[in-house]
Design a protein around this ligand. Sequence first.
Ligand code: UDX
Length: 446
Amino acid sequence: MKISIFGTGYVGLVTGTCLADVGHEVMCMDVDADKIARLERGEIPIYEPGLDAMVRQNVSEGRLRFTTDAATAVGFAPLQFIAVGTPPDEDGSADLQYVLAVARSIGQHMQDDKVVVDKSTVPVGTADKVRAAVQQELDARDAALTVDVCSNPEFLKEGAAIEDFTHGARIIVGTDAERVREIMRECYGPYNRHHEKLMFMDIRSAELTKYAANAMLATKISFMNEIANLAERLGADIEQVRRGIGSDPRIGYHFIYPGCGYGGSCFPKDVQALARTAGEIGYHAELLEAVEGVNQRQKATLFAKLSQAFDGDLAGKTIALWGLAFKPNTDDMREAPSRALMEALWECGARVQAFDPEAMDECRRIYGKRDDLALVDNREQAIEGADALVICTEWKAFCSVDFAWLKQSLSTPVVVDGRNLFDPQAVKRAGLLYFAVGRGDSLRTP
Ligand code: UDX
């Protein structure tokens, strides 16, 4: 079948490419002409394992094409996906301007009936607004056409987006129309062959499902970070506690890894947006606010630990930083804990010497050239002349380290590990001062 996708960001490009890959004819539209030109040449604007080859193959086989022209994209297909960004407003609520601009554009150009699919993460009630925006344009030109709007949230993790799309746990479709069920069944048929993954529900429940899933996962992380902070002060080891509770199938091992806080484009934004939605309807979402508050505090712990190690005097110090991305296998630095740390270090006059396997260009783009930031070529260079090491991202390449070499290379033997990569005993045996997350024993030694 023919499918149009508005927005070639993370969600739009993965969705379009995976749908083309199973034989659909897909047209991806974006207003960014430069991005579209690059995509047509097979250059992928984001780092996502496997995506570049998949885009190139589907482009060369003619199933995936790109355009900057809205009328062309609207005319192309009966199914119109909206996958544009919903950045947070200053007050934390999702900014719907791009979603509604696409809706108006569909209303302006459509010449036959359409099914519009909200793929972007949008607050509960947005489908009604999208429908109204399309209808307003139809009314303005007296067009007697039908538009159905459905909600089809995505559950892609960066770094595993293709796997999540092709082997996801579920495909949620919120709709009140039989015709939409049929067309969505056809669209996702190739990914629904082995067992029934499609879950049809009403539109508002589908919209809320997306937020509830992300808020639940973020809650698990903040909960573990809270317990880690307690463990640290009580002399317990959170890694043993984690294994202890994860073995209970009601709790499970997923998303209970303590660390330096969650980042990325979804959890921080979605937790805040859901709390904001609650506020708008007069409900005080205490738990959601606490989840966000604990995460903010957690991001600040790396700096607090460094500061403790240097008795509050970080001015003039050089801090080696391993890992800039908010998690491994991505170059994304949105809401990354590394940013909170670097900004706090610069504030007190310290210098950062950083390495990340993928996010160096992104870091350059965000912070530009500055005297107190050196972006170096490998993890060894980051250590050269540094006073201490901080680990912000658990890239595989950081997991095995010669601690004796580290001890020799750092002018002060301080290692702050925001991801609990090492055995505290082994680090300490090498004579290093090790500050990890929630490992009471490692905190007591210095
Ligand atoms: C998330 C959801 O997992 C995905 O379903 C949704 O569609 C988008 O948001 P993503 O942001 O790509 O995906 O990353 P994810 O792997 O979920 O990690 C999010 C953050 O939580 C990262 O900063 C990660 O380091 C942190 N995290 C994750 C922990 O601190 N502990 C954990 O146990 C798991």
